[in-house]
Write a protein that binds this ligand. Sequence first.
Ligand code: NI
Length: 152
Amino acid sequence: MGILSRIGIALDSDLLKRFDRLIARQGYTNRSEAFRDLIRDRLVTEQIAAPDSTVVGTITLIYDHHAHGVSEKLTELQHAHHELVVSTSHAHLDHDSCLEVLIVHGKSARVTQFADRIIGLKGVQHGRLVMTVPARPVEPAHAIGHKHTHKH
Ligand code: NI
């Protein structure tokens, strides 16, 4: 953290009460940290909205691997955009359902486009993209995925 600046904010007391209830439920022990997180979240939202900003994120997918060709199409799409996919993790939930999480890294617009295509595949029941921006810029795509010490 840099140099601290103190600010005073005038707030409607009802609004403050509601805010205090919310942050108590979330486990915050002081308002300052809650305000800092709110501000950071808003700034990240702003950065993500810029198509050229570099983001990291996850795409979470639920699909039925029996659905016609969905496994093959998922693999094909991921290979076609390998520069965006840092790693993937797969869990067989039951006989039919698969949960797959892709860790993605790249320009916001490209990551969003890729996620839209993946989530829109026939056979994918539900999918969600979550993007964030690290406080410091991260290395180019793939660098993250190749830092682990375990063998693939
Ligand atoms: Ni599976």
